[in-house]
Design a binder for this molecule. Structure first.
Ligand code: ZN
Length: 260
């Protein structure tokens, strides 16, 4: 580049090395840690030293940087310049913070925005959505691996609306909701539905089976407590009106949309 850093027209030849200060940006909320500094030279590397955040954090890691140089005994400072994590890395950081894996790669085609997401017909970006409120810090990106296409084939089998009450969940929201660690929801490979009472939710489960989702990946939940998979209900002779002892309803259901 043609910057005149070394030019005698602008600087005397005896100026000291360029030093760089990097710190947590005090003008942006959230503690992003204190990077190692100062560094010296014409280029600088920011090594992120984010504080531990076991449940993720609701802000983008943010720092600020400035250069300084000493000329004839006087130190001159450049302006502070912001360094802030982008939307994609903000989401990826939640996986790193929480130890969820795999961490989606920056080039993953499953990382979609409202602009790039392709609604297969009946699952909008908002319906796919993780909690978009302040708890997570909002998500410009979400993960859609298999959830949208499989949802749509179930919906087509069903021939009517399926109420999705949870599809994609970031790890932070999944932990908040008490989901299983590395839940399929956090990879964009699951959705939960609730069409009402037992007969309605049984019918959705049947539609998922008819859409060739494995009966081991279709779950139904009682009024409280733990689920069984659809194969268990079938094997034991239960259905939409004949429920297991102690079960008063199928409160909601879950479909894992990946085959792994
Ligand atoms: Zn979230």
């Amino acid at each position: 580049m043609g910057l005149a850093r070394d030019s005698p027209c602008f600087l005397p030849s005896d100026f000291g090395p360029i030093e760089w200060d990097i710190e947590d940006d005090p003008q942006v909320s959230g503690d992003s840690g204190d990077p190692l500094d100062p560094q010296t030279g014409t280029s600088v590397t920011l090594t992120v030293t984010a504080p531990a955040a076991d449940t993720g954090r609701a802000f983008k890691l943010n720092y600020r940087i400035r250069a300084k140089v000493t000329i004839e005994g006087a130190t001159h400072y450049g302006d502070w310049e912001p360094i802030i994590q982008d939307d994609k890395d903000q989401l990826r950081q939640i996986y790193i913070d929480t130890g969820y894996s795999p961490v989606p790669s920056r080039s993953s085609a499953a990382l979609v925005t409202a602009g790039t997401y392709q609604n297969p017909g009946n699952l909008s970006f908002e319906e796919l959505s993780c909690n978009a409120g302040s708890y997570c810090g909002g998500h410009a990106y979400q993960l859609n691996n298999t959830v949208a296409t499989v949802f749509q084939s179930v919906r087509n089998q069903h021939g009517g609306p399926i109420i999705v009450n949870s599809a994609y969940r970031c790890p932070r929201w999944n932990i908040h909701e008490g989901g299983e660690t590395n839940s399929k929801h956090t990879q964009g490979n699951a959705f939960d539905f609730d069409n009402g009472e037992a007969p309605q939710n049984w019918a959705v489960a049947q539609s998922a089976m008819n859409a060739e989702v494995s009966t081991s990946k279709i779950l139904l939940y009682p009024q409280s407590g733990s689920y069984h998979d659809l194969q268990w209900f079938i094997d034991n002779g239960y259905n939409g009106t004949n429920l297991p002892p102690g079960w008063t309803t199928y409160r909601f259901g879950h479909v894992t949309t990946s085959t792994d």
